[in-house]
Design a protein around this ligand. Structure first.
Ligand SMILES: *Cc1c(COP(=O)(O)O)cnc(C)c1O
Length: 426
């Protein structure tokens, strides 16, 4: 459920019409709903109620500081995958003891920054990284709390590019080698083992792969404890999928996910961490665009929008589906016609949908891409020198621009000419 609903024939974000926001900030823009973000975060809190737990928002899915502050104020921790994301969490006021650091390629500088400013744990992905972390921490006179991310060799049955838990994927330590690496971790200076980490992929639409992976983690917990390690925390990653089409998708609910966690891991006397991104942010955001042209092609019509693949890359990158709806609700009796919905970028890949049925639309009409909150704005680029589009946050009947559209001067001034190209003074 989200808070983007038609009222009096106009799509609203909570209590604000999208036509009003569009008139104020111009299109295209991203729009997020505070009520939806809050609701989704609380679903996870309820799902894990009674367990010692921390819900860490995977900020790579949506990293605007206003969103981080909203969730941080509700008590969320943050899962970061770079020094830049660490700084975002910090700037949003989230203390280090609620920040976990994931990622397969952490640099020494990133490790040192997090150690200096405070960190709940590093989710270490290899023996090689562990040795570097030990060196950095010892050099600073610090102790790095760590989990080892294990790769349980489980197929998440999701899109090829976002499955991360199979042995051929680059992530984590193969579970069969985990005991050896934990033994090394226990010997290394500057390292304190606190638990185990696993994340098998994103947009999972079935609980079974999670359960298979978590069962392996439960077994590993017992083995590592028998080896003498103090395993007091399990980080279970993110990955719960969302419905991208209204009609026929029913991904698992957080409550059922929580019940499964309780069943598989509940008797281990551990603290549970989870790292959801998409389920919190995905349906909490939409992208609003204007129709530029309705172009008649040979046997098909193209609806050309002012948004493009650089603003929302998921369709081009993953073949992803987004529901696209008119901001002014179509009359029930209106004939729908199939159109290809495309952007202005000079690539055929800049196609959001093919032969999608839509009511008749004219230049200037507004459309909304649903479920665009996660992996939308954060993956945008300025390809074709198209300015990054603004982000707007709605809260009841209020709204605010939380990232403004840059001016062309700001974009152009980022380039600098080398001395040999500077124009000679006459
Ligand atoms: C991407 C990622 C997540 C979040 O995944 P979602 O599918 O957005 O919930 C969590 N943990 C790690 C380590 C990730 O890489």
């Amino acid at each position: 459920m989200d808070h983007f609903l038609y009222r009096d024939g106009v799509l609203h974000a909570e209590d604000v019409t999208l036509t009003e926001i569009a008139a104020h900030v111009g299109t295209p823009f991203y729009c997020y709903s505070t009520a939806t973000l809050t609701r989704h975060f609380r679903l996870f809190q309820e799902a894990l109620a009674g367990l010692d737990h921390l819900v860490c928002f995977a900020i790579k899915s949506l990293s605007n500081q206003a969103v981080l502050r909203t969730l941080g104020d509700l008590g969320a921790g943050m899962d970061v995958v770079s020094g830049g994301e660490y700084r975002r969490a910090q700037a949003a006021g989230v203390p280090g003891e609620r920040i976990v650091f994931s990622g397969v390629g952490k640099t020494r500088a990133e490790m040192a920054y997090a150690l200096t400013h405070g960190i709940r744990q590093f989710n270490v992905e290899s023996a090689e990284e562990l040795r570097v972390l030990s060196d950095v921490a010892s050099g600073l006179g610090k102790t790095a709390p760590i989990t080892l991310r294990v790769n349980p060799d489980v197929d998440a049955k999701t899109h090829e590019k976002i499955a991360t838990g199979r042995k051929e994927d680059k992530f984590g330590v193969p579970i069969a080698r985990a005991r050896d690496v934990y033994a090394e971790a226990a010997r290394l200076p500057g390292i304190e083992v606190v638990g185990i980490d696993v994340h098998i992929g994103s947009q999972l639409t079935d609980l079974a792969p999670f359960e298979t992976a978590f069962t392996k983690i439960a077994d590993l917990t017992r083995e590592l404890r028998a080896d003498g390690h103090r395993i007091r925390r399990l980080d279970l990653g993110g990955g719960l999928g969302i419905p991208y089409t209204r009609s026929n998708e029913t991904p698992p609910l957080p409550l059922d996910y929580g019940a499964m966690i309780r069943r598989v891991l509940g008797d281990l006397d551990v603290e549970i961490e989870i790292e959801p991104g998409r389920l919190i942010a995905g349906n909490a955001g939409i992208l609003v665009a204007s129709v530029l042209y309705l172009k008649q092609g040979e046997g098909r019509d193209f609806l050309i929008l002012d948004a493009a693949m650089n603003d929302l890359i998921r369709p081009a990158m993953y073949g992803a589906h987004h529901d696209i709806v008119p901001v002014l609700e179509a009359q029930a009796a209106t004939d729908q016609r199939p159109v290809d919905i495309v952007g202005p970028v000079c690539e055929t890949g800049d196609t959001f949908a093919r032969q999608r049925s839509l009511p008749p639309l004219a230049p200037g009409d507004l459309v909304a891409f649903r479920s665009a909150g996660a992996y939308g704005a954060v993956m945008a680029s300025e390809y074709n020198t198209r300015p990054l589009i603004p982000e707007v946050l709605v809260h009841g009947d209020q709204y605010a621009v939380i990232r403004a559209r840059p001016s062309f001067d700001e974009i152009l001034n980022r380039d600098t000419l080398p001395s040999w190209l500077e124009s000679p003074t006459p």
